[in-house]
Design a protein around this ligand. Structure first.
Ligand code: ATP
Ligand code: MG
Length: 550
């Protein structure tokens, strides 16, 4: 069920006020990713927030690539981001690239120079750091601060024309070296980088800095509410300064909200890229990754992700969300939708010695014991079946009600079987167990003669389809994004994936990539793209139960 998204939050209240007061007739929001990696679940929070806010007030949302740093950006990321936003269920009104505005930004920088509000500075990076001062000490003015407008215009043009090396000169805003806000101490607004850009190729060798570019991008597009994460709160005075001093007609308002942090999850693209580059994972869409592509491949649905994003809400204080909350939403979404079926993950052969050798029965088994409307399916049953290894014990503890020598259990949807014999290999491992069945105990026959305490699931040994099950645990142990102290590569869980080989019911032969199932007792699984004719590969999305309460 869709969670009602009319719940209020402080951003909605701001927007509502702006509409009620007539400040804006229509609102425009944007989602502005930098194409330097794949999107992750944190971005989903921002996407849901921006698109649904605009939707609720009948406004618009742009997808804008904030591509002002050519070193890290790539068209592969541009394409993946578009796919992910669409897959999450959102349609942007306009698609823009910040790099489309490089010419305008260059003109605005010249305007600042002409107004005496920007200057070319030759200090080295180290010197500049020293001149900046600290939180407790004011900064010192650069010796280049009082260059004439003509000299600045001339040097800036030479920067653009490629007459200087990377780092040799920068353009700085001339604001206030005494400001208690470090961001206002003559921040750099343009730097030299002789790097080819994914969109503009070699046209530019100077690139605007984020703090200069972002407010201009917002203003150029007429964004009314520019929503960003809390780290940018201290940048807001600079954001407003840029919009004002560049004389932008449209004045966007920056609003900050708390970023999403999830337990045992790193979410910065930089860190996720390291996991990919260091081959800790098998690409950006590895099912253990918190990327949208990884979650999709694991089997999470866009509906579950949207519901999760709505439920965590929008706040002004950073907090940490338990990863089990996301699991809650995927279970809630899949439970009523997917077929239930039996699969044996770690098979042990069970031979029914009194069952006719060449007989195969097609048993009627309910698709969902809790919901008769879900119908029945035909499941083949014969003399040899597989059960889970841990559904048999040679030396069972007390209260173990599954199979052991002399005990009788129900095979789900089939018959009672009783264990009479155990076959072992030379090493003493149990390789096969022998049972007898009782024809009178067939499921659905109304048999009441005696009761058994255990019911176990099974698949037919001759008809079942081979499958590989990939079982996941958190990729990262005891680390959150905020933990800068601990190097997260040392926190990798060495047991984040276990691969086991087993069998699924024959009807799953036709399963396709992205088909999802509830495997009885084992949880929810998604068919992986690596599946072949001979073998299905299934990713466990989530186990069946958790203790988590919303
Ligand atoms: P990363 O460090 O992962 O690269 P970012 O903030 O630099 O994150 P951008 O591509 O600049 O990534 O982000 C696009 C939008 O997504 C921004 O508006 C940003 O605030 C938002 N965003 C990124 N991470 C989160 C998060 N964890 N929670 C909420 N919003 C986020
Ligand atoms: Mg970034």
């Amino acid at each position: 069920m869709e969670i009602n998204n009319s719940t209020s939050n402080f951003i909605k209240n701001i927007v509502k006020e702006d509409i009620d007061s007539g400040k804006h007739k229509e609102i425009i929001t944007r989602f502005p990713p930098e194409p330097n990696g794949y999107l992750h679940i944190g971005h989903a929070k921002s996407i849901v927030l921006n698109f649904e806010l605009a939707d609720e007030f009948k406004g618009k949302t742009n997808l804008r690539f904030d591509d002002t740093n050519p070193i890290k950006e790539d068209t592969e990321y541009v394409e993946s981001i578009k796919d992910d936003v669409k897959w999450l269920g959102f349609k942007w009104d306009e698609l823009y690239f910040a790099s489309d505005y490089f010419e305008d930004m260059y003109d605005k920088a010249k305007l600042l120079i002409k107004k005496g509000k920007a200057y070319v500075c030759d200090l080295t990076a180290d010197d500049m750091k020293e001149y900046r001062g600290t939180l407790t000490e004011p900064g010192k003015e650069s010796p280049y601060r009082n260059r004439s407008v003509e000299e600045n215009l001339n040097l800036f043009e030479k920067m653009k024309d490629g007459n200087f090396k990377d780092g040799e000169k920068v353009l700085r805003a001339k604001i206030d070296m005494d400001s208690p806000n470090m961001n206002m101490r003559d921040p750099i607004i343009y730097r030299i980088s002789h790097t080819s850009h994914h969109n503009t190729l070699n046209k530019w060798c100077i690139y605007p800095m984020y703090d200069f570019a972002h407010p201009l991008e917002d203003a150029i597009e007429g964004i009314t509410h520019s929503i960003c994460t809390l780290e940018f709160e201290d940048h807001r005075p600079l954001y407003d300064w840029v919009v004002k001093e560049c004389e932008m007609k449209s004045v966007p308002r920056q609003i900050e909200f708390a970023r999403l942090n999830i337990t045992n999850t790193v979410m910065s693209k930089r860190k996720l890229k390291l996991l990919v580059d260091e081959k800790v994972v098998d690409g950006w869409d590895d099912p253990r990754m918190p990327t949208i592509a990884g979650l999709r491949r694991r089997g999470y649905t866009s509906q579950a992700i949207r519901n999760f994003c709505r439920a965590i809400g929008v706040a002004k204080a950073n907090s940490l969300v338990d990863s089990q909350m996301l699991d809650h939403f995927i279970r809630e979404d899949l439970m009523p939708k997917v077929s239930r079926t039996m699969a044996v993950l770690r098979p042990l052969k069970l031979v029914i010695t009194n069952y006719p050798k060449d007989q195969v029965e097609m048993l009627d088994i309910e698709n969902n014991g809790d919901d008769p409307k879900a119908g029945i399916r035909k499941v083949p049953f014969s003399r040899e079946i597989y059960i889970e290894q841990d559904d048999f014990m040679e030396n069972p503890p007390k209260k173990y009600h599954r199979l052991y020598l002399g005990n009788e259990v129900r095979l789900k949807g089939a018959y009672f079987v009783k264990c009479n014999d155990v076959i072992k290999d030379e090493a003493g491992n149990v390789t096969e167990i022998h049972c007898t069945y009782d024809l009178d105990t067939k499921s659905g026959s109304g048999f009441t003669g005696r009761k058994v305490k255990g019911t176990i699931h099974w698949v037919d040994a001759n008809m079942a389809k081979k499958a590989e099950f990939r079982l996941y645990e958190p990729l990262i142990l005891d680390h959150e994004d905020g933990d800068e102290g601990k190097h997260f590569l040392e926190q990798i869980n060495p047991n984040s994936m276990e691969i086991v080989e087993g069998f699924v019911e024959p009807f799953m032969k036709c399963a396709k990539t992205q088909d999802k199932f509830q495997l009885v007792r084992h949880g929810y699984f998604n068919v992986d793209e690596r599946s072949t004719e001979d073998k299905l590969v299934l990713n466990r999305i989530v186990s069946l139960k958790s203790s988590f309460k919303l």
